[in-house]
Design a protein around this ligand. Structure first.
Ligand code: ZN
Length: 399
């Protein structure tokens, strides 16, 4: 009898143990990237059976899991980059992971993968900043599939913007450099770069808007601090055809003056361009935490192709811009240069950085503060945008 009770207890005990064990175990969480692209990995002790879908207002990714025991450190789920909030817990008879985006995003990939060392499984999510339209399209697509089961591979969503969007007008995002705690350069007389760039950007916005053919946005229209990757995110979320970042820095050669147009390059065109890019990239330090550049690891062939096309568009706009500026404002020697500016790194948005002149030069400073000069320079940029928009639209139609 005692033996039978013991056996029963054993069985009950085993049942209890196997109950607890039947919970899926989430054993880790990692998030890397910035405000334009993120990779999120959640690890499990065994293969999770999942469903995922999108929700809007705010833009969210929901991953439905079987009932899960989460052994995840609070530090690892601290929001960063494109992800504004990470939540997880029980929901009905299952569990849920909810990622809230900083604005709309695209799920480029979501896979359940077996760990190479055989220690379990992981969900790997690649997401990137996208426009509200692209997010809505993904929502509509998921409504067409049965329930909320969505195919796992959404690759190819990046960069399809203007081609698949007939209502899209040529869109320019103007980025006034610096802002808020990041004042940028300062002249001996106390002129601060962030104010010069904002005043110029507003002038340029008005001139471009007056053409009546473009949608024009600014990354900031007040004295606010923005991380560099947030500037890129804003351009992507507007499906920009062009990002123009405006700057007016200082250099320790007082006599040097004139405008320069920069494009992105892994290898700087000259030491001065490299030094400038290093200074500009320091802007992120004002955010209090420097996120290391994870975007270098992007090997996706599609992205690579888009990047190449984008780069040639950036070069062609820079060339046109130098030509137009040369008719109205002074340029430095070799005015078309390149270096690794973080703000120019959108894979699918042609981007240039314009140094209007040097605050370290008294004549340049006087011009930058002069409304007539600003109008002339802004008009030259507007003319360059018009030439570029015509050429790019023709290239798109032809391709
Ligand atoms: Zn600057």
């Amino acid at each position: 009898m005692a033996w039978a009770l013991f056996l029963l207890a054993m069985l009950l005990g085993l049942t209890a143990v196997s109950r607890a064990d039947s919970l899926l175990g989430a054993t880790g969480y990692k998030m890397a990237g910035d405000a334009t692209r993120m990779r999120i990995v959640m690890s499990f002790d065994r293969e999770p059976d999942i469903k995922w879908f999108l929700l809007r207002s705010p833009n969210r990714l929901v991953v439905d899991l079987p009932r899960t025991r989460f052994a995840i450190s609070a530090k690892d789920v601290k929001p960063r980059g494109l992800v504004q909030a990470v939540r997880y817990g029980d929901q009905g008879d299952g569990s849920r992971l909810i990622l809230t985006g900083k604005g709309p995003f695209a799920i480029d990939k979501l896979d359940v993968l077996k760990n190479d060392d055989g220690s379990g499984y992981r969900i790997a999510i690649d997401m990137s900043a996208a426009s509200e339209r692209e997010f809505d399209q993904a929502l509509a697509n998921q409504a067409l599939t049965t329930g909320s089961t969505v195919s796992t591979d959404k690759g190819g969503r990046v960069g399809t913007g203007p081609i698949s969007n007939p209502g899209h007008r040529f869109t320019v995002v103007i980025d006034p450099g610096h802002g808020g705690v990041d004042g940028g350069a300062e002249s001996a007389a106390g002129t601060v770069e962030k104010n010069v760039t904002l005043a110029f950007a507003a002038e340029l916005r008005d001139r471009l808007a007056a053409v009546g053919k473009y949608d024009v946005f600014m990354t900031r229209d007040s004295d606010e601090y923005l991380r560099l990757d947030d500037r890129v995110r804003i351009a992507r979320q507007h499906e920009a055809d062009l990002l123009i970042s405006i700057h007016a820095d200082t250099i320790n050669v007082r006599g040097l003056r004139g405008a320069t147009v920069y494009t992105l390059s892994d290898k700087a065109s000259d030491p001065e361009a490299q030094a400038l890019a290093d200074r500009e990239n320091l802007s992120d330090q004002f955010a209090g935490m420097v996120i290391k550049d994870d975007n270098k690891e992007v090997t996706d062939i599609l992205i690579d192709l888009i990047r190449r096309e984008t780069h040639s568009f950036s070069m062609s706009f820079a060339h046109t811009l130098v030509g137009q500026l040369s008719t109205s404002v002074g340029l430095i020697n070799n005015p078309q240069r390149s270096a690794g500016f973080k703000v120019l790194k959108a894979p699918d948005v042609p981007s240039v950085l314009v140094e209007l002149g040097y605050l370290s030069n008294a004549k340049d400073e006087a011009q930058l503060l002069n409304a007539d000069w600003r109008g002339k320079a802004a008009q030259s940029i507007t003319n360059a945008v018009a030439l570029f928009a015509t050429a790019k639209t023709a290239a798109r139609a032809g391709g």
